[in-house]
Ligand binder design. Structure first.
Ligand SMILES: NC(=O)c1ccc[n+]([C@@H]2O[C@H](COP(=O)([O-])OP(=O)(O)OC[C@H]3O[C@@H](n4cnc5c(N)ncnc54)[C@H](O)[C@@H]3O)[C@@H](O)[C@H]2O)c1
Length: 335
């Protein structure tokens, strides 16, 4: 039995990864989450359908004393999702982001070091790449965080790399591009409401559950809307499973982009939502965010080649899953 710790496992991405890992009977899973942004309901649903016992501990990584509740257990590996994630909010409240994402991670790393739990998968972000970099972004592209959120993630990456150097940690840092969608059966979903990510925002708009807030200024791309590397959250969950297995098998770590390597425009996504929902709607042209790159996509070949990972799910499936989820759960998990 392998003991796995999951921080932020009640959140959007963490819960999809938790569900996938809960299918492996050899994993003894512990989720820690403050529930400030996550939903205990997600963990309960996953627990109820899993043959594994999933321990849930409500605690805050910022409170060092909360770690006493882990009883000095040694974990074979940790997946660290817990963080605040909103770029705009981080610009307004930088301390909140550094305190949570950096200090919280330092507390976690102290615990993991003291309990000799040195295998770590860390959720990082494509947001740390420079606006001066040219797509496709490789792991060697210029890193130049332009907001406190991205800076907090990059700072944590650097701290983790020093823990590798100084304390024998082995880490896999995954820089996600733009995950989207939810579980195909509509049971595990997306609950940030009002939603701020493009896919749930447009789907909820089409279902009449919230006003459209897609603002997309005219940019220099074929259809005039921004292009991003959207990929299905289920493929991201599979990437975590593979990364975890690699660490448990004693393979070396590293830093990897996770995306498809292909960009899709906002207009293309809107067209998919229109086709699937049958709802015709117009998105008002908005302002382009200053300095925003018209086109971002990654070169995912390092992760694909080393781990034999290939995205399997489509963006259509991402939209269909969100339609299913929001039809059943217009208020997310708060039903
Ligand atoms: N969603 C994306 O598009 C995206 C893209 C790139 C990277 N990421 C990274 O993925 C990770 C997960 O993101 P998400 O979209 O699932 O966000 P989320 O907000 O849905 O989940 C984060 C979870 O962490 C918990 N949490 C936050 N601070 C905590 C603390 N101090 N102690 C305990 N729990 C805490 C929240 O309650 C929440 O359940 C984050 O680290 C984020 O930086 C997300």
């Amino acid at each position: 039995m392998k003991k796995i710790l999951i921080t932020g496992g009640a959140g959007y991405i963490g819960s999809h990864v938790l569900r996938l890992l809960s299918q492996n009977k050899n994993y003894d899973l512990t989720v820690i989450d403050s529930l400030e942004k996550g939903f205990k309901q997600a963990v309960d649903i996953i627990s109820s359908e899993s043959q594994n016992t999933i321990k849930f501990i409500q605690m805050d990584l910022r409170n060092i004393n909360d770690f006493d509740r882990l009883d000095n257990q040694k974990f074979d590996a940790t997946l660290h999702f817990a963080a605040f994630i909103l770029v705009g909010d981080s610009v307004e409240k930088p301390i909140k982001y550094f305190e949570n994402n950096v200090s919280g991670s330092i507390n976690l790393l102290k615990y993991l070091n003291e309990s000799n739990s040195k295998n770590l998968v860390f959720s990082s972000t494509s947001a740390l790449y420079s606006k001066r970099a040219t797509p496709p972004f490789t792991e060697e592209s210029l890193v130049e965080p332009e907001n406190p959120y991205a800076e907090s993630k990059y700072t944590t990456e650097k701290i983790i790399n020093w823990m590798n150097e100084s304390h024998g940690f082995r880490s896999i840092i995954l820089r996600y591009f733009n995950p989207c969608g939810c579980s195909l059966d509509g049971k595990i979903g997306y609950s940030l409401i009002p939603s701020l990510h493009l896919f749930p925002n447009v789907v909820r708009g089409a279902l009449g559950q919230q006003p459209f807030t897609v603002t997309c200024g005219k940019v220099n791309t074929a259809d005039g809307t921004t292009i991003r590397d959207y990929f299905n959250v289920l493929d991201l969950a599979a990437a975590h499973k593979i990364a975890l297995e690699a660490l448990l098998e004693g393979k070396a770590g590293g830093t990897y982009n996770v995306g498809t390597g292909k960009g899709h425009s906002v207009k293309e996504i809107i067209d998919i939502v229109k086709k699937i929902t049958g709802v015709e709607f117009k998105i008002e042209p908005g302002m382009q965010r200053p300095g925003e790159l018209p086109e971002v996509y990654c070169d995912p070949s390092r992760f694909k080649n080393e781990f034999n990972w290939e995205p399997k799910y489509t963006l259509e499936q991402a939209v269909e899953s969100l339609v299913k989820w929001f039809k059943k759960h217009p208020n997310g998990y708060n039903y």
